[in-house]
Write a protein that binds this ligand. Structure first.
Ligand code: GRF
Length: 200
């Protein structure tokens, strides 16, 4: 049984899928803590409704990115977290977090990385870019978080076909549905050793 912390900023549908997978025994883990950088994010409310401990940490609650980074690391350490899961977390992870949780922070991205990743590639921007390029496929990627946006080791991907009638909005829905399954499955594979996190 692994102790997870989920980091969120907004809607929280991936968070909800992971909580659900734990509850139904598809994921041998517990969600110990949800951290949001937005006080009003629906994800935070949803976590509280599920009786999960929450913390709201951002640059309003802390004087500088440096103290915020340390506070996030220390909060996770205090909860004895094994794996940090970014589930729609719209803030760069700082060096203190990266050092302490090296290769133990993972993220999900709504494209087939390395395509359509990097700064500015989030939300509908990703799906619009995929459509504009005339791609026949897109998908979702779970990867390790390092100091560059969307650039850490790829752990799992799932392809989604882009239909001839597709719009960025319809593609976003399709990819999100895939994310909800892929994320929990990948975490379970990490837990039982079918997917190995890097050890460098
Ligand atoms: C997802 O599309 C995920 O790929 C990206 O942020 C979005 C979060 O959605 N990193 P939600 O908050 O989980 O609904």
């Amino acid at each position: 049984m692994k102790r997870l912390s989920l980091l969120v900023s907004g809607r929280g549908s991936n968070m909800a899928a992971i909580i659900d997978a734990c509850r139904h025994g598809h994921l041998a883990a517990t969600v110990e803590l949800v951290i949001s950088n937005h006080k009003t994010s629906p994800a935070l409310t949803l976590a509280q409704a599920n009786n999960i401990k929450t913390a709201h940490l951002n640059t309003d609650t802390h004087a500088s990115p440096e103290t915020l980074d340390r506070a996030m690391r220390d909060t996770l350490r205090a909860h004895d977290i094994d794996l940090v899961v970014l589930a729609g977390f719209m803030q760069k992870i700082g060096p203190h977090m990266l050092a302490h949780y090296k290769n133990r922070i993972i993220n999900i991205h709504p494209s087939l990385l390395p395509k359509y990743g990097g700064q500015g590639m989030y939300g509908m921007n990703v799906h619009r870019a995929v459509m504009a390029a005339g791609e026949k496929e897109s998908g979702a990627t779970v990867h390790v978080v390092n100091d560059a946006y969307d650039a850490g080791t790829i752990l799992a991907q799932q392809v989604v076909a882009v239909a001839s009638t597709e719009t960025p909005e319809s593609l976003a829905i399709k990819v999100l549905q895939v994310e909800h399954v892929l994320f929990a499955e990948t975490i379970q594979k990490i837990i039982d050793g079918r997917i190995l996190l890097p050890t460098d």
